[in-house]
Design a binder for this molecule. Structure first.
Ligand code: ADP
Ligand code: MG
Length: 727
């Protein structure tokens, strides 16, 4: 009998919700308790030092040594009081997650030791970084990497360690992380949007990109998790017969949350709040055991750090509750996958959300400017968005059950579609009569009214306007939001720069400002029409329609990456100052390698599971059946076939599926061997995609058949119904 599975099932039967001490604390009392906030910095350093740091943050300039020393000392004093013993530079290598290396806060002095933390240790460190992915950068330049303090994201305490957010770069200057290019992209979009804002308000001198992510995830009991090697190693169930009941009843969505899960949520939310992550909503998602957590939106760099931190906190807290968090985009083939919607907007230092329709024509021309420019940017560079979210795990989700397709399109709702259609027609070339102008302005003034009853929310669109922000929904649940945010903010910056040029050219010719802007927008509306789609993104017809329109449908990661290796894309990132050519190609190489390695691990795992767990269980069952058939034969003689009808037909089916599994595994293994000989990262990834991954579903199909044939008592691994319907 299979010990692991039944032991695990026994274990979870006796699970109880972890009791959480309910304290009468308000959120405002615990919020950011573990963060070295600006207020705390201001309390610990001189006014002059504080101002100097704030100025460096705002201008992105160097912090001088004296100032750094004082801040380091203040951080140390604050941290020591909280029992902190170590500090670490917290950074985002290109693995997609975070890394840290802890150092103790002391230095020996005489025969004793004293707690010390100097400015230079705050500002710069040299982690031994040789084993982080660098896409050949380090081989080419033989450069070591170092981490450098990002003062715009505050330091925080996790356990007994002070964590300092940093960027990670090679000595030759190439970025080896996600934060550095993100900061560059945010800076670029700030510059580009600020000058455009000056058409409308001279007081605007800073524009921040804002990000509000929504994190979806699955929870499963840790005992069951440990009994499923595939989930442990790859984050997803590589096989598993569909439970009789899945999500068809939709009874999980927004349903009540079990006590065990609620207790986990309260716990991780509390820790998140202490870390300054403004988590606000929690609810059940569509699939059984699927949930979502979303914060209040923040400045993008901070929001990205907070999401990475949240994923860590969730993991740690889940263990205390005997849960495991599955962040994978598609942990279970037949259920809804998990995404991380990235809600994005632009907001000025004067407090205006640039994607919020205004109250009068003047404000709405500003709204339309940013709205239409965004659509145009997506139209021109949809492939960049697609490739920014391309991973092996997200490929399983895109185009799958209730997930946006791999085709990038923009949804804006009926009313705004009408508005853009009107603008396209009604802004006349040449001069317009005063009456025509007034009519146009009145029409533009109506936007907020239209928005009020704009309730049609298309859930199937990968990039949708939702009232006062765009929502990039194709982002996967494991993603570091930095990657899609680098892509999005770069293409927006580029677009706004073009827009400014076009408008200025018209102004030079003596056109009035509003008319010049509207005419440029009109052209953009025309030119970007094909990216707009209001229909059902999940439907087959859309795939055909998109092809007719000439939109890309990049179904897998290797193709998505190949698409953007074109000079046009490299040059864009170069011109915007986000990536050098070397950095750009290094990233592509890493993305392809990660893809190939993930598929390789899945392929190996599938082989192990079949050979070491499932085939042996099926063979044991065959033996039982054979003994039984033998006995029946002894009793019934030549009539035995009739009497052993059931046993014999199960034997036939077992043989059939066992053979198919074995044959397909052999083919897959052969193909893997061939693929491994390929040097070129793109060709290798394609081989893995087209000749290895292509067999996964088939193999799983036959394993699932075996699962329903073999005696339940002999089945070695937890079944999906056991993992998804127990809590
Ligand atoms: P839903 O889209 O699920 O109906 P909301 O509209 O309240 O929910 O917002 C979802 C997410 O969008 C939240 O994380 C919220 O913080 C974020 N959000 C709201 N406004 C903005 C904005 N201006 N910029 C970025 N994110 C935003
Ligand atoms: Mg949403």
């Amino acid at each position: 009998m299979s010990q692991t599975r039944f032991k695990a099932l026994e274990t979870i039967n006796s699970r109880k919700a972890k009791k959480i001490k309910i304290t009468p604390q308000k959120i405002s009392e615990i919020f950011a308790k573990d963060v070295f906030t600006d207020t705390k910095m201001a309390d610990h350093v001189s006014g002059e030092v504080f101002k100097s740091v704030q100025k460096s943050i705002a201008d992105g300039t160097r912090i001088d040594r004296d100032v750094a020393n004082q801040v380091a000392n203040a951080m140390k004093e604050w941290a020591l009081k909280r029992g902190v013993t170590h500090y670490t530079h917290w950074f985002q290598p290109l693995t997609g997650s975070t890394a840290e290396k802890h150092d103790a806060f002391f230095e020996t002095s005489g025969n004793g030791a004293i707690e010390k933390f100097r400015g230079e240790l705050l500002v710069q460190q040299e982690p031994d970084a040789s084993s982080f992915p660098n896409g050949g950068i380090r081989n080419t330049f033989e450069a070591r990497g170092y981490t450098a303090w990002d003062p715009s994201s505050p330091a925080f305490v996790m356990g007994t360690t002070l964590c300092i957010p940093t960027i990670f770069i090679a000595y030759t200057g190439e970025a080896l992380d996600n934060k550095m290019p993100l900061l560059k992209a945010l800076n670029k979009v700030d510059e580009a949007a600020t000058v455009v804002c000056k058409y409308f308000d001279k007081n605007v001198n800073r524009v921040q990109a804002t990000l509000g992510w929504e994190q979806e995830y699955f929870l499963i009991d840790s005992a069951l998790f440990n009994a499923r090697p595939d989930i442990m190693m790859t984050g997803r169930a590589l096989f598993g017969h569909k439970p009789a009941k899945g999500q068809q009843l939709d009874d999980h969505y927004f349903g009540t949350i079990s006590e065990r899960v609620t207790s986990f949520m309260r716990d991780f939310e509390k820790q998140s709040l202490r870390l300054g992550i403004p988590v606000k909503t929690r609810h059940n998602e569509v699939a059984p055991n699927q949930f979502e957590c979303a914060p209040i939106f923040e400045e993008t760099n901070l929001a990205v750090d907070h999401n990475l931190l949240l994923m860590d906190v969730m993991d740690k807290v889940a263990e205390e509750h005997n849960f495991r968090v599955l962040l994978h985009e598609k942990p279970f083939a037949d259920l809804n996958g998990s995404g991380k919607h990235n809600n994005w907007s632009l907001s000025t230092n004067t407090g205006v959300n640039l994607l919020q329709p205004g109250k009068n024509p003047k404000e709405n021309i500003r709204f339309l400017t940013f709205f239409v420019n965004t659509i145009k940017a997506i139209h021109d560079y949809s492939d960049i968005l697609r490739s920014s979210i391309a991973t092996a795990s997200n490929d399983h989700r895109l185009g799958g059950h209730e997930a946006p397709p791999a085709i990038i399109s923009v949804f804006i709702g009926q009313q705004l579609t009408k508005m853009l259609d009107d603008l396209e027609k009604n802004v006349k070339s040449g001069t317009m009569t005063p009456d025509e102008k007034t009519a146009l302005k009145l029409n533009i003034g109506k936007i907020p009214e239209l928005m009020l009853d704009n309730t049609d929310r298309n859930r199937t669109s990968p990039f949708a306007f939702t009232g006062n922000k765009f929502e990039f929904r194709a982002v996967g649940s494991t993603a570091n939001c930095a990657t899609p945010m680098i892509a999005l903010n770069t293409i927006i910056a580029n677009q706004l720069i073009d827009f400014k040029k076009d408008v200025d050219a018209r102004l030079k010719k003596g056109e009035k400002k509003d008319m010049a802007i509207l005419k440029v927008l009109q052209k953009q509306i025309k030119d970007s029409k094909k990216i707009r789609f209001e229909g059902n993104g999940y439907g087959e017809e859309w795939v055909k329609e998109a092809e007719k329109r000439g939109l890309s449908n990049l179904k897998d990661t290797p193709r998505a990456i190949q698409q953007v290796s074109d000079k046009k894309f490299v040059n864009l990132f170069k011109e915007m100052g986000i990536f050098s050519e070397v950095e750009y190609h290094a990233r592509q190489e890493i993305q392809l390698e990660m893809y190939q390695m993930q598929i390789q691990i899945e392929g190996r795992m599938l082989g192990d599971l079949a050979q070491n767990h499932i085939i042996p269980a099926a063979v044991k069952y065959q033996n039982l059946l054979m003994q039984n058939i033998q006995g029946i034969k002894e009793i019934y003689g030549k009539d035995f076939k009739k009497m052993a009808y059931t046993q014999l037909s199960i034997m036939d089916e077992l043989c059939e599926h066992l053979t198919k599994v074995k044959k397909k595994l052999e083919t897959m293994l052969d193909n893997r061997k061939k693929a491994n000989k390929i040097e070129d990262p793109f060709k290798k990834a394609v081989a893995y995609c087209d000749t290895v991954k292509i067999h996964f579903d088939d193999i799983a199909y036959h394993l699932n058949k075996l699962e329903i044939l073999v005696d339940d008592e002999l089945w070695p691994m937890p079944k999906l119904r056991e993992m998804l319907f127990t809590n």
